[in-house]
Design a protein around this ligand. Sequence first.
Ligand code: NDP
Length: 503
Amino acid sequence: MNKKMSRLVFVSVLFMQGCRVKTEEAHAPALSYDINSIYDKQNVIPFVVIGSGPAGLGAALYGARDNVKTVVLEGDNPGGLLMLTTDVANWPGQRSILGPEIIKSLREQVQHVGAEFLADTVISVDLTQWPFAIKTANNRIIHALTVIITTGASPRKLGVPGEQELWGRGVTTCAVCDAHFYKGEDVVVIGGGDSAIEEAMQLANHVKTVTILVRKDRFRAASSMQARIKNNPAIKVLYNVEVTKILGENTVKTVPGDDYDNNQGEWEIHEQHVTGVEIYNNKTKETSVLPTAGVFLAIGHVPNSELFKGSLALDNNGYIKTIDRTQQTSIEGVYTAGEVEDHRYRQAGVSFGDGTKAALDALAFLREIGFDQSVAKRLEKQGTLWEVEQAYEMPSISTEQELQDELEGTKLLILDFWADDCPACLQMLPVISRYAKKNKAPDIKFFKVDAKGELDTVSELVTKYDIRKIPCLLVFIDGKLVARHTGAMNENELAEYLKPFVD
Ligand code: NDP
């Protein structure tokens, strides 16, 4: 039996046995994994990892260590949920370590063994053809010989009035990113699991009070986690309460700079900000309003599997199904690990381990279809292997004086407020850096400011320009502030946003 035939038989045997890959949602396509078909494709990557949390980094470590060209598509939240976690006391070999520290050290290790990172997000996949076609937000089409999906899970939303309108204006899911901006204020955390406790502890270091709103009469969190908040005077708990509405008010703030339209010497920010939550006590049946400046959601997660609906077998809750004790999905050559497939264990250590398993499955698959160093060399020689561009390091600014000096005689200056523990900032920074590299000109300058830097001068910049949420981009033309944007953008969105200023 030739290779092509054996692949087809393998796939159909899985279905004939009635194994759990077969579902209503997806039917495995009859793919031919013919190694000779890859030479007429552009942008080929043998080993693609989608996602850069512990599962993705575990997979990339093993792919790159095996000397197979490995590219990690970082996604919208580089580092994944661990970037939002503070103290982790159960990571192997560490008594206590911060979530972002785990990601940093794993990432360094993975880069050291040769994996490449691409700051881009997958927007669609075609798994009905092989090599698999992957399209990204920045208009790249990649042909992958094997794919490991580690897209993780996203924080669940409440779905109450006010949540959408006030998102990023007091409603958030990331205490690690945003606690810093609520100094001396009263905030609430919604949820009763380990994450709610994590968020509350993180916030308590910055804010005046944190009230945890638990919908039942008890926490779901582990008792060891509950013990952590017991004696913290800044943390209160209200049980049996459900948030039914998030309330906000319009505020107008003025910061220095000229308005883009009328050049009046001040920049007005008209924004709604959270002022309170409406709560329903399901025991007393009473509704009341609790004033608060911030609402931090910690009510669980939903798997990021939307992209794969219809092409891979998912369970009823949207988690990607795997076959037996492997990490294979319903399509051979496509593997998965982490919280997009694991609703049971949901621990960073497990995700890393499953990422490792997924990589070993993927490497075995590559060997089986005949991928080896001679194939890799031929792709390299004919120039159809994907090349990741060299990163460009944007210079930093940390004082108003430095900023004023750079503004002198500069037509357009873009300033990016970021921090290394903010996932959206880590997504945005390489996007701006690439844009800056492409748009280098003597009268256009790009700088970044570490918004959580230790220096007082940085705090002055943060206060002066009223930075409440990062990433935040300020645009100066001829020395005057003309626009600001809060939140991450992809390359297309950034180019579109800056177009009126560059033209
Ligand atoms: P969980 O699913 O464990 O908890 C979600 C919480 O949100 C529950 O208390 C749930 O209430 C509540 N909830 C859900 N929907 C609503 C709603 N609409 N309104 C109000 N409350 C709601 O999620 P977590 O993110 O807390 O934890 C996920 C996993 O990550 C767990 O395995 C946890 O152990 C782990 N983790 C570990 C940490 C650590 O070890 N340091 C830190 C953080 C997470 P109810 O109980 O009533 O269903």
